[in-house]
Ligand binder design. Structure first.
Ligand code: CDP
Length: 793
């Protein structure tokens, strides 16, 4: 009589995404769809220069444009103590520039007008006199003794260096290197890229002077954090601030930071006492909002001649742009970079990192990534491949030899993380089998005879998903837990609210499945709401694939609280004691008589109509979940590619993905996450990057230069699964959202390197555009850095 879990859309059901009913009908509700009575429109004037002193700003002509209601400059913001705001990494960032501009696209002034076109036209009438300053576009220029000082606004900032940081055992690592048979070295650059969500950033600020309440509709992956930050920056009482994130057209980390546009629209609404809408254009989004990566690596592996890794030494230099605005919740200056090599059993490691200001856009950094794990895993997998090639060892074998074994969990990594579960070798074996690894060498030789270069690239990794726990992770002191609130109505239908924020991952679908799994209430009977700080319980938002590990766990926990109360009601209805009651999906029954039972819906009705004495009416509760550890999904990605040596064009012949994200709530949604992630991985490996010319002009400011792969370019992906439940998650799930973006790029690059092994080329930095591959083939030399600036220039 227990319900069929798949039929009610519980765990394991590939339930169709309920949100798509609205999206495919064009009934999504994005910020730009919202129209409020009397709403004004705001446009931001951005700097054309990357580094320049502002000599004067003349806004008089803009004021004269009919329909203009307000023109704001940095000076006016400063008069209200709002010219600068704190960043999530304890730095400051200009809201509207006062002293100088520090990157191309920086916000200089804003016009608020009756319609967006008037605001845009009026922006053109603002005259800014700039005095050009020397421009710095990479950290190597930044560290020169003669380099212009970018942050001359700050006390105690005599150079462009933001931080020096290190972790690991330096002496132990030195000893391991001294004892090594071979040291394999590699220098890499992970280029700057941009999440580029379909929907740009935007906000509608609506300040009501009569009630004193500020409502802001905005594109935020973390509305509660925004509420706390607005309370701090704008000095408004927190209970008088309501942040609403409606549907988000993609986030990928781009919608975590707080951007100047949000702050300016809030002040504009306070001053005009009218709602003010700001919607960024695509170029504004690409040149000024949170980017990803831009890290240089010097990596070394100490190796025994049979391939055993004895020690890891890494030095990273990161380019943070003009303000240190990484949206990451750890005390580690370079995020979770030291999660690198977590899948491998390595005795000792040492990482040194330094970060620099440059005249480039700030912020973000976690593009579908847990705070630098993308770089960490990319560097790891490129170093492992180089080591295999240096020693002449099979690239699968070196991984197998060094993996943490199934019986060795929990495993403390050399950098101090605790990984707790996995079947790494099983995943690898499934991948190798699927790609046809055993016959590949022969295939490769035959192809060479035809003048084609074949290569296989493997990328295996475990990555930490689901920040907190709250002891080690916080944002501006706010601890990294998450929450869920469940209210079961008397008919047994329910509404669930969480502190997470969906941006396309399908939370409305999958959270209801967890409730169905725990309570037997069909998923279709559960409405899921997120993103409104007036109604959702406090949560830290969605990024770094933390929703399932943290908010998803809270959903399970709150459902269990509901079940515990329903059990008391069931005992009352069945006239037995609680101890005599058993649970099966959707139903309590008397242990001695399976036929005598009540459904969860019966209990819901009784919660409002027929309660035992002393029990509080209603069936609702909330849960705050503080995860004991991060979750550690594992992935094995294998690409088989073919290069045309005449052109440098490389095609993906086959791509195999084996993912272990623990128990899958919705296999179809998980597969969608992997497909999307792999598409972004392919984009970064093949075509997608942002660079800057020597004047700091952003190349990649539009979709002619910043290339997104369409269905035409994107290869097909074959997906396989392994399930190793997470031991500490209530339903055994691990995160999945970003795994493929994190682990995918190295598979493509390793495949191209494998195809070129015989030429002596050891590295081509991403993006591996055909001209770069062609040049490597022609010269037999590595291709490093990003055009036009090469590593070492
Ligand atoms: O934090 P974010 O939602 O970006 O990432 P996630 O927690 O990895 O989840 C992405 C989507 O995959 C959500 O809809 C999850 O519920 C779903 N998922 C799943 O069905 N099973 C898992 N083991 C992990 C995620």
């Amino acid at each position: 009589m227990a319900l069929d879990e798949i039929k009610i859309g519980g765990m394991g059901a590939s339930r169709r995404r309920v949100e798509d009913n609205r999206f495919i009908r064009g009934k999504g509700n994005y910020v730009d769809d919202i129209v409020l009575p009397g709403m004004l429109h705001m446009e931001i004037l951005r700097s054309p220069m990357a580094h320049a002193r502002i000599k004067s700003i003349d806004v008089s002509a803009a004021w004269e444009v009919p329909g203009v209601r307000l023109v704001l400059t940095g000076e006016m913001m400063a008069a209200r103590n709002l010219a600068w705001m704190p960043t999530l990494s304890y730095d400051t960032q200009a809201v509207l520039a006062t002293d100088k501009v520090r990157f191309q696209g920086q916000e200089v002034a804003a016009v608020i007008a009756d319609d967006p076109y008037i605001a845009k036209d009026a922006c053109q009438k603002i005259v800014v006199e700039y005095e050009a300053l020397p421009v710095i576009v990479n950290p190597f220029q930044s560290m020169e003794a003669s380099a212009a000082l970018i942050r001359d606004d700050k006390e105690n900032q005599p150079t462009n260096k933001i931080f020096d940081w290190e972790i690991g055992d330096k002496d132990g690592t030195d000893k391991a290197f001294a004892a090594a048979d071979h040291v394999s070295k590699l220098e890499l650059h992970y280029p700057r890229s941009h999440p580029s969500p379909m929907e740009t950033c935007g906000s509608i600020a609506d300040f009501n002077r009569a009630t004193g309440k500020l409502t802001v509709y905005m594109t935020s992956q973390a509305p509660h954090i925004v509420r706390a930050a607005v309370a701090m920056v704008a000095e408004l009482p927190e209970h008088m601030i309501r942040i609403v994130s409606p549907d988000l057209g993609g986030g990928f980390g781009n919608k975590v930071p707080i951007y100047p546009g949000y702050v300016v629209s809030i002040l504009a609404s306070i001053l005009t006492e009218r709602p003010v809408k700001w919607i960024e254009d695509k170029t504004g989004n690409l040149i000024s909002t949170g980017f990803g990566r831009d890290v240089y690596l010097k990596g070394e592996l100490a190796l025994r001649k049979d391939g055993k890794i004895l020690g890891v030494r890494m030095n990273t230099i990161s380019d943070h742009g003009a303000f240190y605005a990484d949206a990451q919740p750890s005390k580690f200056k370079i995020g979770l970079m030291h999660s690198t090599f977590a899948a491998y059993d390595i005795p000792v490691a040492h990482l040194t990192s330094s970060g620099y200001y440059t005249n480039k856009a700030p912020g973000g950094v976690a593009y579908r990534c847990s705070f630098r794990v993308t770089e960490a895993m990319f560097f790891q997998e490129r170093m492992v491949q180089a080591a295999a090639d240096d020693l002449g060892i099979d690239q699968a074998e070196i991984r197998r030899m060094n993996f943490v074994k199934d019986d060795d969990f929990p495993h403390r990594t050399a950098f101090g993380f605790l990984t707790d579960s996995g079947q790494y070798e099983k995943c690898l074996n499934i991948g190798l089998e699927a790609i046809g690894y055993s016959t590949f060498k022969q295939e490769q030789e035959e192809a060479r005879k035809r003048g084609r270069l074949l290569g296989i690239g493997i990328s295996t990794m475990t990555e930490p998903l689901g920040a907190g726990n709250s002891k080690e992770y916080d944002i501006l002191g706010i601890k990294m837990f998450d929450s869920a609130e469940l209210r079961v109505h008397m008919s047994g239908k329910a509404i669930l609210r969480t502190g997470a924020m969906n941006q396309g991952q399908g939370h409305q679908t999958t959270w209801a499945q967890i409730v169905a799994h725990e309570l037997g209430i069909p998923a279709d009977d559960v409405t899921v709401e997120e993103g409104d700080t007036d109604t959702a319980p406090f949560g830290m938002g969605t990024y770094a694939s933390r929703s399932t590990p943290v908010a998803g766990a809270a959903v399970a926990m709150v459902s269990r609280k509901i079940r515990a109360k329903a059990r008391k009601i069931a005992a009352h209805l069945l006239e037995v004691s609680e101890e005599d009651i058993e649970w099966e999906l959707g139903r309590f029954y008397v242990r001695s008589n399976h036929e005598r039972g009540v459904t969860i819906q019966d209990c819901a009705m009784a919660a409002y109509s027929n309660l035992p004495d002393g029990l509080e009416p209603g069936l609702e509760n909330n849960a705050y979940y503080d995860p004991p550890n991060l979750t550690w999904p594992f992935a094995c990605y294998i690409a088989k590619i073919e290069i045309d040596p005449e052109t440098g064009v490389w095609d993906v012949l086959q791509f195999v993905a084996v993912d272990d994200c623990g128990v899958r709530i919705n296999p179809m949604v998980v597969e969608g996450q992997i497909m999307g992630g792999l598409t972004e991985a392919y984009a970064m490996a093949s075509m997608q990057y942002q660079t800057y010319d020597e004047e700091g002009n952003c190349i990649g400011s539009n979709y002619m230069d910043y290339l997104l792969p369409t269905a035409w370019e994107t290869p097909g992906f074959e997906l396989y699964e392994v399930v190793t439940p997470c031991p500490h998650h209530p339903i055994g799930a691990k995160g999945i959202g970003e795994c493929a973006t994190v682990g995918g790029p190295a598979a493509f690059v390793n495949a191209v390197m494998d195809a070129l092994k015989h030429t002596g080329v050891r590295n081509i930095d991403m993006p591996m555009m055909p001209n770069r591959v062609y040049e490597a083939i022609q010269t037999g030399k590595d291709i490093g850095g990003m055009p036009p600036v090469r590593s070492g220039d």
